[in-house]
Design a protein around this ligand. Structure first.
Ligand SMILES: C[S@@+](CC[C@H](N)C(=O)[O-])C[C@H]1O[C@@H](n2cnc3c(N)ncnc32)[C@H](O)[C@@H]1O
Length: 132
């Protein structure tokens, strides 16, 4: 059983699970060069884990302040997700941790359809959302 004590414990457990999901997704991925996008990346707590599996990572967040936490090496999309100009057939993996809860039902469906088009063939969407 995984120990989950306090915020650090929670982050550790979540990162282990994210790592596991990325491992499965990247095994199924056809491309050697793996390109990822993290949605609503916030303080960047998932970046290290995602970078273990992606050669290139882009991050998206509507907050400039939050994007300052993400390393400058990566491409940063400073925009509300509702206004993102999604490139077609572009990403091998898209990760969203606690992002759907920021959208209403209509926005969620619209964004999910755009994510689908933005993923390459056999690309993966990994979502972690709280269940209330
Ligand atoms: C709870 S944090 C989640 C951060 C990160 N996914 C994590 O696991 O730590 C939510 C983030 O979403 C961003 N955000 C909220 N609404 C957004 C929107 N409509 N478009 C893009 N980013 C948004 C906020 O700026 C914040 O950084």
């Amino acid at each position: 059983m995984e120990a989950c004590v306090g915020e650090d414990g929670f982050n550790k457990v979540m990162n282990n699970r994210l790592d596991y999901q990325l491992k499965i997704s990247c095994k199924n991925c056809l491309h050697k060069h793996k390109k990822g996008l993290e949605l609503m990346a916030g303080p960047g707590r998932n970046i290290e884990t995602i970078l273990k599996w992606c050669n290139e990572l882009e991050v998206l967040d509507s907050s400039e302040e939050m994007l300052k936490h993400c390393p400058d090496l990566m491409k940063k999309h400073h925009t509300a997700i509702q206004h993102f100009d999604w490139p077609q057939d572009n990403y091998d993996v898209i990760v969203g941790v606690w992002f759907l809860s920021y959208l209403d039902a209509t926005e969620s469906l619209d964004v999910l359809a755009k994510i689908h088009k933005s993923l390459k063939e056999n690309g993966s969407l990994i979502l972690f959302e709280p269940i209330i």
